[in-house]
Design a binder for this molecule. Structure first.
Ligand code: SF4
Length: 406
C-alpha cells in the first residue's frame, strides 16, 4: 500500500533563547543565561523520549518516520555546538528521519559562529531561515537587531560555502523608519542574494511586543512614531509580491515566496493539516489519525509559554480534541492561506456536503465583497482578501453546525 502523507511526522522544536529582544518581537523568547540552555536541552531530550507514550495516552498514534524538522525560536543558533549535537542525536534516536528529510534551523545574522555552523552541517541540517528583517542598517538597529547588511550577506556566503544553499530570508514590512525607497532597497538586496525562498511579514501591533504596546498606548518609545501607517504597510506588502515575482520568487502563501520546488515542506504541513509534534516552549502539535471516508480524531496541543513552568512541569500542555466542525473550519482558514486555495470537492469528500454547505454561503458573501474568488471547485483569496485575511477567516469560524450529519 502506498504511504499516506499522514504516515509521516514533522518535528518542531522551539528554542526560546535570544541575544537581545527585538522591539517588535511577540514570540515567547528572551535573554537567558547559558546554564538555562543546557537545562532546556535536557528537558527536550526527556520530552522526545516520552513523546510516544504521551501521545498514546491521548489515544493517537505517533507516526515514526519524520520527513521535516524545524528548529525555530528564538535563535536556535545560539545553542552551543554540543547542545545542538545532543538535541539532534536525541531526535534521531527516537524517530526515523526520511533520507530526504527537510531539516531547517532559524538563525539570526551575526549569531552563527563557525563551530555552530559546523555542528548544524554535521547534524544534517539542509535548510536555514535567516531572520534579516531589513537590509537597511538603521532600520535593523532601531528594531533591536544586532546585524548589518554586510554581516547578513557574509552569513549567506558562509552558509553556502558550508553546503547549505537552501536558504530563506525573512523581511518585515512596517519597521520603524521604513520608507518605500528603503523597502525597495531591502527587496532588491534580497533579490541580489539569489535565495530560493523568502518570507515577508507585515508588522504585527499587539500587546505582546514592546513596540506594539507603545503604539497602542500612543507613546513614542522604540521609535513608535516612525512606524509606517497601515495603508503604507499594505502597499509595501503588495510591492513585495510584485518585486519578488519579478525575480522568480512566486507567492505560494500569504507570507511566503519561492522558486519552483523550494516551498517550505515543514510549513506546508501546517496549511495542509499534516501531523506535527511541537516540543519546547510555546510549541503546538497537531496529530491526526486517518480514517478512510470520514474525519479521523484530531488532537491539538500547546505547551506553556513560561520558561519556569516549562522547567517545573511534567507535561505542561493544553490539549484539545477537535470536533469535525472545528476541523472543517480549520481546513478553510488554513487552506485559504495558500495561493493554491481550497479544493471544495476534497472538503466535501472529507467532511460531507452537509457540513461544507454553510461555508459555501460564506464564500458567496466573500465573493460579493471581492475578498475571494470561486472558480470550478477552487476558492482563493483575492489580493485584497490577502490583506484582509483575518476578516475572511472570521467568516469560517462558528459556522452553523446543526446541518452536520455524522
Ligand atoms: S531574534 Fe527573533 S525571537 Fe529573538 S527577539 Fe528577535 S524577533 Fe524575537
Amino acid at each position: 500500500m502506498a504511504a499516506s502523507p499522514l504516515d509521516a511526522l514533522g518535528l518542531y522544536i522551539s528554542i526560546p533563547f535570544c541575544r537581545s529582544k527585538c522591539t517588535y518581537c511577540n514570540f515567547a523568547s528572551g535573554v537567558y543565561p547559558a546554564s538555562d540552555h543546557a537545562r532546556y536541552v535536557d528537558r527536550l531530550v526527556e520530552d522526545l523520549a516520552g513523546a510516544g507514550a504521551w501521545v498514546a495516552r491521548m489515544g493517537v498514534e505517533l507516526p515514526r518516520p519524520v520527513d521535516t524538522v524545524y528548529l525555530g525560536g528564538g535563535t536556535p543558533s545560539l545553542l552551543a555546538p554540543e547542545l545542538l549535537a545532543r538535541l539532534f542525536a536525541a531526535m534521531r534516536a527516537e524517530f526515523d528521519f526520511a533520507p530526504d528529510a527537510e531539516i531547517t534551523v532559524e538563525c539570526a545574522p551575526g549569531q552563527l559562529a563557525d563551530p555552530t555552523l559546523a555542528a548544524l552541517v554535521a547534524a544534517g541540517v539542509n535548510r536555514v531561515s535567516l531572520g534579516v528583517q531589513s537590509f537597511i542598517d538603521r532600520e535593523a538597529a532601531v528594531s533591536g537587531r544586532l546585524h548589518t547588511r554586510s554581516i547578513a550577506m557574509d552569513d549567506i556566503r558562509r552558509l553556502r560555502a558550508a553546503g547549505i544553499a537552501n536558504l530563506s530570508l525573512d523581511l518585515i514590512a512596517g519597521l520603524a523608519g521604513q520608507t518605500f525607497a528603503s523597502w525597495e532597497e531591502s527587496l532588491a538586496a534580497l533579490a541580489e542574494c539569489g535565495v530560493p525562498h523568502a518570507s515577508v511579514y507585515m508588522l504585527e501591533v499587539d500587546e505582546d511586543s514592546r513596540l506594539g504596546r507603545e503604539m497602542l498606548a500612543g507613546g513614542g518609545r522604540y521609535h513608535a512614531g516612525l512606524v509606517p501607517n497601515d495603508d503604507a504597510i499594505a502597499r509595501m506588502y503588495s510591492l513585495a509580491i510584485e518585486k519578488l515575482a519579478g525575480v522568480g520568487l512566486g507567492q505560494y502563501e500569504i507570507s511566503n515566496f519561492c522558486r519552483p520546488g523550494f516551498a517550505s515542506r515543514h510549513n506546508l504541513r501546517y496549511w495542509h493539516r499534516r501531523p506535527y509534534l511541537g516540543l519546547g516552549l510555546d510549541a503546538s502539535s497537531m496529530l491526526r489519525a486517518e480514517r478512510p471516508g470520514k474525519p479521523g480524531p484530531v488532537l491539538r496541543s500547546t505547551t506553556t509559554s513560561d520558561l519556569k513552568a516549562f522547567f517545573d512541569g511534567p507535561e505542561p500542555v493544553e490539549t484539545t480534541s477537535l470536533s469535525p466542525e472545528q476541523q472543517h473550519e480549520e481546513a478553510w482558514f488554513l487552506g485559504l492561506r495558500l495561493n493554491a486555495g481550497v479544493d471544495v470537492a476534497a472538503l466535501e469528500q472529507e467532511f460531507g456536503s452537509e457540513l461544507v454547505a454553510p461555508a459555501l454561503e460564506a464564500v458567496t458573501r466573500l465573493v460579493d465583497d471581492g475578498l475571494v474568488t470561486s472558480a470550478g471547485n477552487t476558492v482563493r483569496l483575492t489580493p485584497r482578501g490577502q490583506l484582509l485575511s483575518n476578516v475572511v477567516f472570521q467568516e469560517f469560524l462558528g459556522l452553523p453546525s446543526q446541518k452536520f450529519v455524522p
